[in-house]
Design a protein around this ligand. Sequence first.
Ligand code: FUL
Length: 466
Amino acid sequence: MKKVVYHLSTLLSGVILLSACASESPMPFGAVPSTAQLEWQRMEINMFCHFGPNTFTGAEWGSGEEKEEVFAPTDLDCSQWVDVAEAAGMKGIILTAKHHDGFCLWPSSYSTHTVTKNNDVLRQFTDACHGRVKAGVYISPWDRNHPAYGSNEYNSVFANTLKEVHSLYGPFFEQWFDGACGEGPNGKRQVYDWPLFEGTVLNINPSCILFSDVGPGCRWVGNEEGRADETCWSRLEVENGMRKTESGGGGDINGSQWIPAEVDVSIRPGWFWHKDEHPKTVEELMEIYYNSVGRNGLLLLNVPPDDRGRIPAEDSAMLAAFRAERDRIFNHDLAQDATIYAFVNERNANSRYPINNLLDTAYHTYWMPSDDDTSYVTLMVQLPEEREIDIVMLQEYIPLGQRVSQFSIGYKNHEHEVLVLAQGTTIGYKRIIRLPHPIRTQSLYITIEHALAPPILNRLSLHCSK
Ligand code: FUL
């Protein structure tokens, strides 16, 4: 543990209890989210449903040669999926309307490998979601069934497929473009026409979030284990459909586009339901939550319906317990009745953005020190009495950009020394820091050690997971 890093006597001379009112908004910094991207990020946890012929054959990647009759749910009920998602606190569901096997869960005019008109699963799905959760759609460009796959013609077939789905079944909040590109039935690979695919969807629904390895709506986090990097920028630098830098899953500090990370992971070992597999435990799901939503990502948790066409009871029970655990920890904010002081440069003391904005749950109220404070801004959270804490939650007000690049958390011990407990880099939409051990304290210190522009935070809360 590092000792006394804040020079309290110096800092205290600059202590200001900031309380003035905001008049005009600060300038945004760098790329910022569109309205749709902000709404998307605020959904935090969505459900993914992998459902198709693989549900019945035990495969993960169907060959495309499965007979249509293989897909035969005995008790399909998409409303039950919505019930489970809502109970788990999820705001949207994305269905694999076409996976790599090419089988369409709607009676498409552009394929013969589909459900029948009377068994339109996509219709039942969008009807069930309507007014309850947002519906999203996964349509795999890789198609192991379509005879045109591997030729130029396939790009227009796929664009027409997208047009059909989005105009007849939309609006969808998200279109998932899987990056997989394997061989088709004739052994050829396709060169995808991404600008055509993206333009087709956005022409019909400009606010649809397009997922792919590089966006433009949101990006793949780079693994399927439910983990964003500890440093996670929502900016990315993409040129001609390719990443310009090799900075991995953590985005680009100087990226010129806003393309936040989506963390896709399955509740079970496979993406599709298999009879002998079981869901992850609540502890594993909480770990995923801390490493995804808690690291500036959106969690897309796959919960595959079984061969009845329903989400199994063991999965829904685990999801309900996962939600109960999040509520138990995060619905109790130990800083609710705290007083927060900001240590800022004396000359910059007259912030127009009240510090109590950090404690309210209104999204669009925020705190900012002043126009030129970008380093060593310390917040002291003074609690009415000693409390046990092991989690700190911070949110940057991302409509004005992502700014913080280094911060630390410290507390005052019984000897009145301030000890650093944790250090971090990015905050972004949400950062949940689990302290290395629970502490009992009345004063907690959060120092923004470095930011690319004056930090703007809209929420700070303290919790205890015990
Ligand atoms: C991958 C696919 O190959 C898997 O089957 C699954 O759909 C996963 C979400 O994306 O690229």
